[in-house]
Design a protein around this ligand. Structure first.
Ligand code: APR
Length: 237
């Protein structure tokens, strides 16, 4: 593999697993006895807003009790150190995760394509507000005051955020790395194919082979805290 300059890193629930946040598929299951369609769709929110808001209030409170792990911290270090090592060195983290553990691990250039727990969205004026408390009591938008806020989460059937920025980052990158994602949910699951079409090198770091594993030039299997730390150490050595 030639030395990369710009790196795009896609992350999924697996990178936060060792911080004590359940993944979606397999294991304890994030959905806490709820079917996905009961809590993670716009239809569910229209049908039973209290159920949905209570669910997300619980998740929002829970992530604030967790800490970033060695894998998040290694990616933060890579983003800081890489531009000093390589001309044009740039690191973009594209995450499907709605926790803030990348930011707490030191990453600044993070695209939250599925939204964020610690953000609330006003569908009237489109303002977004940092939000750490509950939404069940239906607080009004602090900016326009006209409508209650909703979780700033991309539900099933909604369009992920910042797809243009993600495609631009991929078009300008040399290396695509996928960490801790099952490759079950599009469009993120399709990024490796796009990366291949664009001529990027591709690397997968995951506990087990993802659904799109055969698209990667290389797959390394193991826990993210070990694999990501080793990969970053080698790159920066
Ligand atoms: N280290 C590395 N990988 C791990 C670890 C770990 N410690 N623990 C689990 N994994 C891997 C699993 O093997 C699995 O392949 O992480 C992956 C997690 O897959 P999912 O639970 O499907 O999570 P993700 O890919 O992020 O889901 C995508 O689906 O429900 C939606 O919107 C939700 O963003 C989410 C999307």
């Amino acid at each position: 593999m030639t030395k990369p300059h710009a790196i795009v890193i896609l992350t999924g629930a697996g990178i936060s697993a060792e911080s004590g946040i359940d993944t979606f598929r397999g294991g304890g299951g994030l959905w806490e006895q709820h079917r996905v369609e009961d809590v993670a769709t716009p239809e569910a929110f229209a049908r039973d807003p209290e159920l949905v808001l209570r669910f997300y209030d619980m998740r929002r409170a829970a992530i604030q009790t967790k800490a970033s792990n060695a894998a998040h911290v290694a990616l933060g270090r890579l983003e800081r150190e890489w531009p000093k090592r390589v001309p044009g060195g740039e690191v973009t983290v594209v995450t499907q995760n709605v926790d803030d553990l990348h930011e707490r691990g030191g990453s600044l250039n993070v695209i939250h394509m599925h939204g964020e727990h610690l953000s609330a969205w006003c569908t009237a004026c489109d303002a977004r507000h940092r939000w750490t408390g509950p939404l069940l009591d239906r607080p009004r938008c602090p900016a326009c005051g006209t409508r209650a806020l909703r979780p700033d989460i991309v539900w099933f059937g909604e369009i992920p955020y910042r797809m243009d920025a993600i495609q631009t980052a991929l078009a300008e990158a040399d290396l695509f790395v996928s960490i801790g994602t099952s490759g079950a949910v599009y469009p993120a699951a399709g990024f490796v194919r796009l990366a291949r079409e664009l001529g990027l090198q591709t690397l997968e770091l995951n506990l087990e082979r993802s659904q799109g594993s055969t698209w990667f030039h290389e797959t390394r299997l193991g826990p993210a805290t070990e694999l990501v730390t080793n990969w970053v150490d080698t790159l920066l050595a």
